[in-house]
Design a binder for this molecule. Structure first.
Ligand code: PDD
Length: 287
């Protein structure tokens, strides 16, 4: 079955789909994106991603390309037509097509909207989570507005590639004060020596992960103490547990940071329990 992409209101075979070479996303990175996890063919944490989408667009002064209802239909239809039961759906909105010029087009142009969806092997993902992953640490050299989910991902791309070359799953990015900000495509968490769950506060230069926010709720409901408080690389290496969260990885236990094993080198019980609780939560609430 060939994959289908939604491009500005039409479903096209992905191999045939395209946008103009003068799309400002392509030429200037002038656009934003969202990723929803798909669970049982439905959108996980739908509300949180819509709220962030609206915010990202607002920060770039791009209008919502269509109503939330219409967008929901397009997202769900992309998922359905690609027969995705478990995976992700990707939405990209750019400022649109105009002659290349850094400043916004003077004549209003319609945003470019692209949606794609793909399956993730659920058993493979569970096996990975059961084994745990390794991560590397790298300086965070991104711009100062990482709260906006823009398609400008070059530092993240390079960090992820560096991690991959070391056999790692993710790179934890570290700011000038030696504090972990987040992962290249995930938020980072520890269970510290006192058993407290810690993740970076949103006052820092990080993406406000939708999964992160849900996990804070899920964890508190399960009786864990959660603090939005920074941690150093040394604290992460000495922590009881480390894990990362995001729409792609959901909750992924980290068992090695650089050359140091985390805890006993196996996924911790908090991370494993939260992964199960989060999947249960989104299975109940997905739309
Ligand atoms: N990445 N931080 C960064 C830099 C991210 O790119 C992501 C998500 C997250 C987690 O956010 P959320 O829980 O809302 O997915 C944190 C997506 C999945 C991606 O780029 O594919």
């Amino acid at each position: 079955m060939s994959r289908l992409a939604y491009v500005n209101g039409r479903f096209l075979r992905q191999g045939d789909a395209g946008v103009s070479i003068e799309d400002r996303g392509y030429q200037l990175g002038d656009g934003i994106y969202e990723v929803w996890a798909v669970i049982d063919g439905k959108l996980a944490d739908a509300e949180g991603h819509f709220v962030r989408l609206k915010r990202s667009l607002g920060e770039l002064q791009i209008d919502m390309p269509m109503s939330r209802e219409a967008l929901t239909v397009a997202l769900r239809e992309t998922v359905r037509r690609n027969r995705v039961r478990y995976g992700i759906v990707y939405l990209q909105v750019t400022r649109g097509v105009a002659r290349r010029d850094h400043a916004f087009p003077t004549v209003p142009v319609a945003p470019t909207v692209v949606i794609t969806a793909r399956s993730i092997d659920r058993d493979g993902a569970e096996a990975k989570a059961a084994k745990g992953v390794s991560v590397i640490t790298l300086p965070d050299n991104r711009w100062g507005r990482c709260d906006i989910k823009t398609i400008n991902l070059l530092p993240n791309v390079l960090a992820k590639q560096a991690a991959k070359e070391e056999g790692g799953f993710e790179a934890l990015l570290v700011d000038a004060d030696g504090l972990v900000t987040e992962g290249a495509s995930s938020n980072a968490w520890i269970v510290d020596r006192e058993g407290v769950l810690r993740t970076r506060d949103t006052g820092a230069n990080i993406l406000r992960g939708v999964t992160r926010l849900s996990i804070i709720d899920v964890a508190r409901q399960a009786g864990y103490k959660v603090e939005e408080r920074p941690f150093t690389v040394a604290e992460a290496k000495a922590a009881r547990e480390v894990f990362v969260t995001g729409a792609g990885a959901l909750v992924m236990p980290v068992v090695r940071i650089d050359d140091s094993p985390v805890g006993n080198g196996h996924p911790g019980e908090v991370a494993s329990a939260l992964r199960a609780a989060y999947i249960e939560h989104v299975t109940q609430t997905a739309v």
